[in-house]
Ligand binder design. Sequence first.
Ligand SMILES: C[S@@+](CC[C@H](N)C(=O)[O-])C[C@H]1O[C@@H](n2cnc3c(N)ncnc32)[C@H](O)[C@@H]1O
Length: 183
Amino acid sequence: MKDITDVEKKIKNKGINLNNLGFWAIGIRLFHFLTQILPEGSSILEIGSGSGTVELSKLYRVYSIENNVEYVGLTNKATYIYAPLKDGWYDVGILRDVLKEITYEAIIVDGPSQAAGGRKGFIDNIDLFDVGVWIIVDDINRPCDLHIYKTLAEMLNRKTVEIKECDKSFGVICKNDWISSNT
Ligand SMILES: C[S@@+](CC[C@H](N)C(=O)[O-])C[C@H]1O[C@@H](n2cnc3c(N)ncnc32)[C@H](O)[C@@H]1O
């Protein structure tokens, strides 16, 4: 495991604002967790953009799928994939074209919002994604997202870790080559 003081130093040096995390955005513990599993400069595919995208992109190459123009382009460091909703999830035609062109080491499932239809479409359209990577499902304190996480974990049959934040929890489907002594 990386020394936590190294992570704190990096956060400071990169101008990462932890106040932008939590609530709607990914939480601080998830951010720290990512720094433990992914080297700086790794690529992350985030599903659902927000202020967390801005902070993540200071450390990682972030591709962020978003349906609401209000949250597209909050930073010019991330690559936004604008995909309006269609039939209760992102327009699959748009995602299919873009996703075949990119590679990533982790997926964060954090959109669409419940009000916009929720995340079930991720499972229904799993063939769009490289699922051999780390998969993080945010908000598994909510029954609907816990169900998505459990379904994925069963489908993929990989080691999982659940981590509690102060206001929510996230679930991790580990990459296959992750050695258990690292956790
Ligand atoms: C949980 S948010 C995604 C947050 C994002 N992953 C982050 O870390 O900032 C899910 C969806 O809610 C919307 N959203 C993002 N930030 C919001 C906010 N502050 N208030 C209301 N909706 C927001 C966006 O459409 C986004 O796709």
